[in-house]
Each structure stands twice: as C-alpha cells, then as structure tokens.
Design a protein. Sequence first.
Length: 558
Amino acid sequence: MADFQQTAPRLPDAWSSDRILREGLAYHLGDEVFAAAEPELGELGRAVTDARVLDLAARAEREPPRHVPYSPWGERVDEIQVSDAYSELGRFGVEAGVTALPYETDPYGVKARLVWAGVLSLWGPSSALASCPVAMTDGAARTLLLHGGDEERDIVERLTTRDPERAWASGQWMTETAGGSDVGRTGTVARRDDNGHWRLWGTKWFTSATTSEMALTLARPEGGPEGSRGLVLFRVHRFLGDGTRNRIIVRRLKDKLGTRALPTAELELEGALAWPVGEPEMGSGVRRIATMLNITRIHNALGASGALGRGLAWARAYAREREVFGRPLHELPAHRATLTDLAVDYAAGLALVLRCCELAGRQEHGTGAAGESAVLRCLTPVTKLSTGRWSIAGVTEAMEAIGGVGYCEDSTIPALVRNTHVIPIWEGTTNVLSLDVLRAAQKSNALEALLDDGLRLVADLVDDPRSGETARAILTAVDELNKRSVEMADDPEGAEAGARPLALGTGSTYACALLCRQGHWAARRGKGSTAAIAARLATRGLVPAPPPLDLTIAMNDE
Ligand code: MFK
C-alpha cells in the first residue's frame, strides 16, 4: 500500500462557521443591532483562526512566564516576564473591545454586553488565557463604578479603554492559604500607618495575571471581627505614583496543569499601600467583591462555552478530512451522534451565558425589569457551574474524536483540554457555586424567580406541534426542582448534599427553556435545528438523580 498522508484539518473562520453563535446573537440582538455588529464580528472571526493568531497562541503556550526576583546587582525587583506572544494577544483583545465594549454606550447601548459576548466567544479560545486578566479587569471596572469614588474614574477609564498603550489590567487577589472557597478566613490584615494610609500585611496564595497594574483584594482592618463580617475591599497597585515598587514580594510562580502562558503567583504583602474601595465599612468587603465575582463568573462561563465551541470546531474540521472504513468520518452515524451531542452541550452553554449577558446589560444600563436582578443572581452561578462541567466533558470528547494526534502536544488539543480544566476551579468550584445557588434560593427566592422565568419562556408552547413535547418536559422538570427546593428548606444537611444536582438540573432545564423559545423563533424563519437541540436536551433528561442516601460510603466509614 502506498504511503498515506492525512490531510491536516484546518480551523475555519470562527464566525461564519459557527451557526449556533450567530443564531444565538441574532435572536438576542434583533435584526438591526445584529446587522450593525456583524461586520465587526465577521472580521474578528476571520482573524482569530488565521495562522498568525493561532501561531501566537501556540507560542505563548510554549513560552511560560519567568520570575526574576533580583536584578543583576542584587536589588529585589520581582519582575515577571511573559511571552511577547501572550502580550500581543492581550493587545489584540483590548483593541477588539474585550474590556471596553460593555462600557461603551454607542453604538449598541443596552445590547453592548451581548455583542461583547460574541467578541469574547471568538477571541477567548485564541487568546492563550489573556482572557483571564480581561475577566478581572472588567470585574474591577464594574466594582469601582458601583462602589468606588470620583478619584477612581481615571482608573476606570484605563481599565475600559481600547487603546493598548493606555490600558491597565486588574487582578483579583482573593485566595489565601486558609480560604480559597471560605473567603471569611482571609488572614491579611489592614493597618493605618503614621500618615493615616492603609497598609496590608499578609499572603495571597493564588494571584493570576500578576503583571497587572493593580488588583482588588480583601483584608481585615486590625481588630475587626472574624469571618467575612470583618473584611473590607481594597485597591492595590504594583507600582506607586513615583514609579517605585509597592511593598509586594513575589514568592514564586505556580507550576500549573494548564494556563501556562498566564502568570499566577504567590504574593507576600509586606505593608503594601492600599486604598479602600468606597467607605471602609466593616463587613462590606465580600458584598463589594461579589460585584467583581459575578462579572468574572460570566467570563468564566464564556471561557467554558468558547473552549467547547473550539473543541467542536476542531472535531468537525478533522471529521471533514478523515476517511475511515471507506467513508468520510463525518458520514458515520456513530460519529455524527457524538458530534451532535457535543453541539447540543455547546448550544446549551451559550444559551445560558447569552441570557446572563442580556440581563447583565440591562442591569448595567439601569433598564432591567422588576425581578430580573433575582433571576440574574441565581442564573450567574448556575451558568458558571453548568458550563464548567459541560466544557470539560466536551473538550475531552473532542480530543477523543480526533484520536491519537489530538493527544499529542503539537496538535494544540492537549493545551485546550488542560486549560479547560481550570474552569470549574477558578472563581468557585461546582459545589461552592451550588451552595451559593442554595443560599440565593433561601435568602431571596432567586431560584424560584429563575424557574418561574423558565416557565414563562415556554408557557405558550405546551400545545405547539413542534415544541410542545419539549415544553411539557420543562414543566415536569421545574415541578421536580421546586419540590426538591421546598423539601430542602426543612433539611439543611440534605439540602447541602442535594445542592449540586439541584443546580445542575436548573442549568439544563433553564437552558432547554431558552432554546425551546429560541427554536420557536428560528422555526418561523425556516430553521429547525435549535428546536431539535432543545428536544435533544429534554430527551437526555433534565434533572440529575438526587444525592446518594448513604454518605458514609464517601470516606469508607463503617
Ligand atoms: C484563569 C486561570 C486561573 C489559574 C489558576 C487559578 C486557580 C484557582 C484559584 C482560586 O482559588 S479561584 C477563587 C475561588 N474562590 C471563590 O470563587 C470564592 C468562593 N466562595 C464564595 O463564592 C462564597 O460564596 C463567598 C466568598 C462569595 C461568600 O461567602 P461568605 O463569606 O460566607 O459570605 P456570605 O455571608 O455568604 O455573603 C456576604 C455578603 O455578600 C452577603 O450580603 P449581605 O452582607 O448584604 O448579607 C451576600 O448576600 C453577598 N454575596 C455573596 N455572594 C454574592 C453576594 N452578593 C451578590 N452576588 C454573590 N454572588
């Protein structure tokens, strides 16, 4: 047999090849805004999968950051050097509006957050995790606008500019050795110095994008109460106005499974100068940093859906080129079924995150309807945790769909898989987010508001010939979720054990409702695939089984 040479799969233009993204945005934006945004999205879609940008991303992955603690003459400098490829991807993003768009009133107004979601979906998977500082920069800008003072307006301008020469990035230094999830255990202490300036003392254990000009962080004013009741939110700069280093020591860079182009460091704050964000009211810290967290969690979900979309694009590109058993791979029914389920998960994740952006955009512009903030309060953690789980399963499946070459580094698929694995850990694990959903449900009826919104979306579709069966499955799922939620109110231990299936079930059910509604809209335009996606979600089962009854098995207890 003659030597066989496999044709290399090529990633297509990310915008024109992604029907799910284009239809989702068309549905949410409406014809006029979609037509206005399409040229920008089309241009970006072509750029992010061209050879230049893909080469930059691959090079950034191969050139990890380096910590230089001392100058040649022994002076402590704590420089972090990143790949110039990584920096260039960041500049490309800033120019494309990844930090600016949500804050620009023209031309998209209240829909800017949605157009931005399109921009992030395209740029993120090609950014070698330059998307991480973007998430925190956006979260910091929003937090300073909501809770900061006039003196911070110039900083917000730098955080939200499209000019890479002026742009600042922000970090979020929240995690400490005792508390990644339990932030109330923060040990960093804030004290006023002799000049009345606040200074911070403590260790920050995971600080990503550590080359950022500034960060928001939590600290406990000396003598403040324990737990989150004693925390205050501060702004810290790496360099001070006169160009000198703030009193921050880089202990070391983390050696991570993935996100290798992105610097993540351990920091020692040794009396670092800091400014409280707003009045340093005792106990306001977690509430204020929650503004940032809710934004970064939407970014995280966009990262998840972007990764799954990119895995799917690779799997499709390969299936187009590969021939097996005498047929093109994409014609084999088993393979088509697998890729279909990948596309269903991608569509479900994107539906959730676009709905988050729709509601967040209205909230940011002060035009949200009554009750929408409760829906968004619950939808944000539900979206973050659901898309995180789906993306890991999805990119792993995409790697399998590509076979052995997909397992080899030079295909770039292993980097995609590694980088996706941080998503459920970063900004709160699946269980921590599920408990957040539970708290939001019990404190402000936010779960009920979200489920009611899901019912409202499909209420008039139960007798529809195309969507009726799916709509009825959604009604049944909402009944089950409401029943579990009521039972949980009387059983705190059982509620915690059942929080995860409740939250995941809410994610699938609400995504199905969104796609059912969108599918009805699309069918009127002659497109049937979204209704079929919603139907497939419903057939697979919307609500996972309740938690196991016997939890002694977990730790092998008798
Ligand atoms: C990109 C690559 C990265 C590379 C590597 C990274 C590796 C990962 C490193 C990490 O560690 S990532 C950080 C992961 N950690 C988290 O995301 C934090 C997880 N914990 C939570 O989310 C907790 O729920 C939280 C700290 C927010 C709250 O816990 P607490 O201390 O028990 O506070 P509490 O009493 O629940 O809330 C305090 C106030 O904030 C309340 O308001 P009030 O004071 O008015 O009563 C809450 O309602 C409010 N709040 C809490 N969460 C909120 C919120 N408000 C709005 N939205 C929320 N999400």
